[in-house]
Structure formats: structure tokens, C-alpha cells
Design a binder for this molecule. Sequence first.
Ligand code: FMN
Length: 166
Amino acid sequence: MEVLVAYMSKTGNTKKVAEAIYGEIIAEKEIKPIDKVESIEGYDLVFLGFPIHAQGPDKKTTKLLKKLCINGKKIALFITHCAPEEAEELSSWLGKFRQDANRADIVDMFNCQGELSKTVKRFMSIYPNAQIRSWARKDNSKGQPDESRLQKARTFAKDVMEKVST
Ligand SMILES: Cc1cc2nc3c(=O)[nH]c(=O)nc-3n(C[C@H](O)[C@H](O)[C@H](O)COP(=O)(O)O)c2cc1C
């Protein structure tokens, strides 16, 4: 089996999760930034990771998911975000990634908190929209993804590998 782990990561959080997933895979495997991936055709399983930007996938992510997720290809999505995992908004934000990848066979999806960059937090704290200002105030993502989240990502990788191999 040939497995690819590909990720987009501006500040390193999604990359940490990608590396945790990669470490768990027992198969022929590769890990790459998504910019370096032309096609996923040659792989039996692909883990694709992105950060949430502005309440969903950014334009580049949508474009990549639509381009790479060819019919029936087995993929597993992993997403990082600064909102706490129990935030109500998350299911609709995550649903947008699922929607963009819907030509593929989505085996499973993982998400966890990743530290919000100081620059973005500062920007959000003076944003005209009150809800965005309140998210900046409530931000508790410092230090994420921590070891417990990386461990969950490893378990996710193992479960996906098991599902695909049976
Ligand atoms: C421009 C921008 C917009 C963001 N918008 C959201 C958002 O709407 N919701 C959220 O939970 N996190 C948001 N985040 C936080 C990131 O998703 C989070 O910090 C993520 O772990 C960053 O991953 P990376 O380090 O791999 O780039 C945003 C970050 C940036 C830079």
C-alpha cells in the first residue's frame, strides 16, 4: 500500500499533526507540503491536512481539494483550528472541507485545536465584527496542538489504516 500525507501549514500546527500521523503509518509512505503535490492518483490512501481560515477552507484549499480529490480516491482529512473542539460553529466549518472533497471517498476526518498566531489574534481583536472580537478575547489555543492532541492524531491514523486495509 502507498500512503501520502500532504498538508498546508502557515504557522506549523497542521504540520505537527501531519508528522504525528506520518509516524504511525506502517506502509510505503511519503510526507509533503501540499504545494508539492501535483496529483494523488498513484496512492492508495491520502491524508490531507489544512488549517481553518475565516470559518472554513480558504480559496486555495477549496481549489486544491476540488483538483486533487478525484473520484473514489480514499482520503482522510485532518484540520486544525483555534476554536475549542467543542465549539458549536465547528461542524459547519468542517462540513465545508468535506463538501469540497466530496468526489473522493472520505474514510474519516480528524480535527483539533492549533494555536492562533499573535498577528491574527491582534487583527481579530480590533475587527469591526463583534463576534470576531469576542473569539479573539476567548482564545485559549496557546500551546496547541499539545501532546494529548498529537496522540489523538496518531490514534486517528491507526484507525484509518485499519479501515482501509480490511
Ligand atoms: C487568516 C486566518 C484565519 C483564521 N480563521 C480561523 C477561523 O475562522 N476559525 C478558527 O477556529 N481558527 C481560525 N484560524 C486559526 C487557525 O486555523 C489555527 O491557528 C491553525 O491551527 C493554524 O494552522 P497552521 O499553523 O498549520 O497554519 C485562522 C488563522 C488564520 C491565519
